[in-house]
Design a protein around this ligand. Structure first.
Ligand SMILES: *Cc1c(COP(=O)(O)O)cnc(C)c1O
Length: 447
């Protein structure tokens, strides 16, 4: 009955092995063949083997090779093989991870994974945390804790009474905050258009000498790792000013928070641990499967107040931590399994080596492109490189031609008015040979 799992393993191995030689972007004819999926819902089913074969035959060729070593879009990386395997095992367990009493194994494992993360990222002891789908929801969750705390201090219970009639909250973000942070603030009723956007410098860093006032209740949102330049807000001076005014400080560190995990990059995040809440993605630089983000709040009580459910039929007070007290979801898969597996398998040293290798590879891209006369627009402080191949039109043409050529995949962006190609090096699978091969393709296509 379960042979189908061996079939899946065989197909997955063949797929991963094929990535070395196939184009990174799916060929147009493979995308065209997806039309075969547009059949009516069948009256009668078929065997599991036939179902899987059809999936593999039609969808596999139309995938982007994100798990290979030459995908440089969106700062997302691939999945470490051990995390894919752990994901399969966890799927077989089929644990609904809301309550300790029901699924103690994964609840315990997630608690360990969160404790390791808090240590690794040097966050304060006692920090509350939860596994969510990604940084968008991690920002949402942490900022819900912020909204609870700053309004509670003003004598208002936002969970019970909502925002109508509540004291208005001042929300300040940098002018180069990630668009999903604004979405999260909007979902919390804080209004995308009423957010105060603080001035930033040429790398997208919030200027510590130009922080707008933060009259209470207030939330200041900082950023670890700008999605274009990789730059970090100057945490220490900004957090000191926010603290003096009683504001809650949140850090969106979807990929940049991982800089804490290696001494070589730690100076970039200096002072970040002085904030009140943090959001990061494990499905980006920790290289675990989608979807996996993590929300942290220094004040675990505020996070619980914002997220806990109470219902008669649900197990409530217990001596153990219930995962659902810290996340928007009640039912969910055990995302922490893959995080635990990545951390257990890599160890501190393995993770530091991965982060440092990707940063070195980004510097190699920048150096190779500059040497060929192309303009690198950012200071390459992390894993991000922005390169222009001339005017906007020409840069867009080079990006499109490179994507068609297939050796590697990079996206486009507009950075402070300049059209650029964005190279994000975030994968465990990227070898130095992948970098050289991709760089040669870039120079060939641009030449
Ligand atoms: C990717 C990213 C997000 C959004 O993360 P998702 O996991 O896609 O929800 C938010 N902020 C920053 C800085 C990012 O890089």
């Amino acid at each position: 009955m379960y042979e189908i799992l061996d079939d899946a393993a065989r197909r997955a191995r063949a797929y991963l092995a094929s990535l070395a030689d196939r184009p990174v972007a799916p060929p147009a004819d493979a995308v065209e063949r997806l039309r075969a999926l547009d059949e009516p819902l069948p009256q009668q089913g078929c065997t599991p083997a036939q179902t899987l074969a059809r999936l593999d035959e039609l969808v596999t060729p139309a995938t982007m090779a994100i798990s290979g070593g030459r995908f440089f879009g969106f700062v997302i990386g691939g999945s470490l093989p051990v995390t894919v395997a752990a994901n399969w095992l966890a799927a077989a367990w089929d644990q609904n991870t809301g309550f300790y009493a029901v699924t103690p194994g994964v609840a315990h494992l997630e608690e360990v994974a969160l404790r390791w993360l808090i240590e690794l990222l040097e966050l304060p002891a006692g920090t509350g945390a939860g596994f969510v789908t990604g940084a968008t929801v991690a920002n949402f969750t942490a900022l819900a804790a912020a909204r609870h705390a700053v309004l509670a201090r003003a004598g208002w219970n936002v969970e019970a009474d909502g925002l109508f009639g509540a004291p208005p909250i001042t929300v300040v973000t940098g002018g180069e905050a990630h668009p999903t942070l604004l979405k999260s603030l909007g979902m919390l009723g804080l209004g995308r258009n009423r957010i105060v956007r603080a001035p930033v410098d040429a790398q997208g860093r919030m200027r510590a000498d130009a922080l707008p006032p933060l009259p209470s209740p207030a939330i200041l949102c900082l950023q670890a790792g700008n999605v274009n330049t990789g730059a970090f807000d100057p945490f220490a001076p900004l957090i000191a000013q926010a603290r003096a005014q009683g504001a809650w400080v949140h850090v969106d560190g979807a990929f940049g928070l991982w800089a804490k995990a290696t001494p070589a990059l730690r100076p970039l995040v200096e002072g970040m641990e002085g904030a009140d809440s943090w959001a990061t993605d494990a499905h980006k630089w920790l290289n675990v499967p989608y979807d996996c983000g993590i929300a942290f709040a220094r004040d675990a009580h505020a996070m619980r107040a914002a997220m806990a459910i109470t219902a008669e039929y649900l197990p409530s007070e217990s001596e153990h931590r219930n995962p659902s007290d810290f996340t928007p979801e009640l039912s969910r898969r055990a995302r922490g399994v893959e995080v635990w597996s990545a951390l257990r398998c890599l160890g501190r040293e393995g993770l530091a080596a991965l982060l440092e290798r990707n940063c070195r590879q980004a510097r190699r891209f920048a150096e190779g492109l500059r040497a060929a006369g192309h303009r690198v627009l950012n200071e390459v402080v992390l894993n991000q490189v922005l390169v222009s191949f001339g005017d906007a039109q020409r840069t867009r043409e080079v990006i499109a031609a490179l994507q068609r050529e297939g050796t590697c995949w990079c996206g486009g962006t507009v950075w402070q008015g300049h059209t650029a190609m964005r190279i994000s090096v975030s994968s465990w699978a990227t070898t130095d040979a992948d970098v050289e091969r991709s760089l040669a393709a870039m120079l060939r296509v641009a030449g």
